[in-house]
Design a protein around this ligand. Structure first.
Ligand code: F6R
Length: 244
């Protein structure tokens, strides 16, 4: 539990720096799983600062994003591809070919193959060293809405009503929010060697408490993190306020 999101984001970014430098010393790549949304913004800001002011290079970093809205082109203002470019990738020296984001535009009859190839690409990269996560008010990690099984892999999913309502502001109305997304599965996420979930503000306090202290259940996908050997929550005072 941290005093502010900035303090938590700095700590996590310092860990990412260590991982990147450690892997570089070994002559290997660091593989990061990344999230979008408002939560990781201070974390990405700190990574950009480390790059600009402290010379941290991302040349040996490979990234896999958790999810993308299905039906959106990468140029769409609310696509996660665009978000990642604006919030992180345009400001660091990561090679373009090292960036992976599920496609929101793959035709319906190719979704299954696309998702399988995404899983294969993660495996080929050596698996995810550190997976960054946020949490939705439905308890989703990635877009694994309630009912997602612990074994679920990358697939197309129907977004929950609450998730679409929460995105309505960004899309200027709930009617403009896509109904589907492509997301890594809970099983995909749980294969990551280390998991770090960030959450800020009282709005997230109830779901953080259920994820951390409630029973492990597919009605709260984030509760499966309790069964992972190296999963941590980075929260501010607000998000921690309903923890016992
Ligand atoms: C986004 C993602 C989602 C978000 C969650 C919280 O890639 O995987 O699980 O982390 O919806 O969103 P924010 O941070 O906007 O509250």
């Amino acid at each position: 539990v941290f005093a502010t999101p900035t303090a938590a984001a700095r700590e996590l970014a310092a860990e990412v720096r260590q991982l990147i430098e450690y892997r570089k010393a070994e002559g290997r790549n660091a593989v990061l799983g990344l999230a979008t949304g408002s939560t990781p913004v201070p974390f990405y800001r700190e990574l950009i600062r480390l790059h600009r002011e402290e010379g941290l290079s991302f040349q040996n970093v490979i990234t896999f994003n958790l999810d993308e809205y299905y039906g959106l082109a990468p140029e769409h203002p609310e696509s996660y591809a665009r978000f990642m470019a604006e919030q992180l990738f345009n400001h660091i020296d990561i090679p373009n070919e090292n960036i992976h984001i599920p496609s929101g535009q793959v035709p319906g009859n190719q979704v299954f193959v696309h998702c399988r190839e995404y899983e294969e690409a993660i495996e080929k990269a050596g698996g995810i060293d550190l997976q960054i996560l946020g949490i939705g008010r439905t308890g989703h990690i990635g877009f694994n809405e309630p009912g997602s099984s612990k074994e679920s892999l990358t697939r197309r999913i129907t977004l929950d009503r609450i998730t679409r309502q929460d995105a309505a502001g960004d899309f200027r109305g709930e009617q403009n929010v896509p109904h589907f997304a492509i997301t890594m599965g809970v099983g995909t996420i749980l294969r990551g060697r280390k998991l770090a979930l960030m959450a800020w503000g009282e709005n997230k306090a109830g779901i953080v408490a259920r994820a951390v202290e409630g029973s492990v259940t597919d009605t709260v996908s984030a509760s499966f993190l309790q069964e992972h050997p190296d999963a941590r929550f980075f929260v501010d005072q607000g998000a921690a306020s309903e923890l016992v």
